[in-house]
Design a protein around this ligand. Structure first.
Ligand SMILES: [Zn+2]
Length: 140
């Protein structure tokens, strides 16, 4: 049995970490709850595949088109100085990419980002909903 938090539509483990924003062509975009780097998102490939090398050529091309589309929206909206793209998969073997906008002088600038920095910065439900609406609008 597959016990993958990205395969279950309403998995509480995933929803504790991130909130769905929208579906893209072969993936779904989520706003990470920890927002020390404003605009931090996770892009999740739709099918349960573990590694980039498990994708067909067409899936790979479509997935990275989704990565670029999300990155362009985050760049337009948040104006980061750069974005970190992290493919880790140590804890969950379902292909996903962390998109972490970085800001000169901001959290983790010039160093490796922290998955859950101390102290974490969580948005209120109201502010999170506003950010999600802005990201959705920037994607269209
Ligand atoms: Zn999965």
């Amino acid at each position: 049995m597959n016990d993958c938090m990205y395969c279950e539509a309403r998995d509480e483990r995933r929803l504790a970490l991130m909130t769905p924003i929208c579906d893209l062509s072969v993936s779904s975009l989520h706003l990470y709850r920890e927002q020390s780097c404003p605009g931090r998102c996770v892009l999740v490939f739709n099918a349960h595949k573990h590694k980039l090398t498990d994708l067909t050529d067409d899936e790979y091309t479509a997935f990275f088109a989704d990565v670029r589309k999300a990155a362009k929206a985050l760049t337009a909206l948040y104006q980061p100085d750069k974005i970190n793209y992290l493919v880790l998969g140590d804890l969950c073997p379902h292909l996903h990419i962390h998109l972490v906008p970085k800001y000169e002088g901001g959290k983790s600038w010039g160093t490796i980002f922290e998955m859950m920095p101390e102290p974490p910065k969580f948005l209120s439900a109201e502010d999170e909903a506003k950010e999600i609406e802005k990201i959705r609008a920037a994607l269209t």
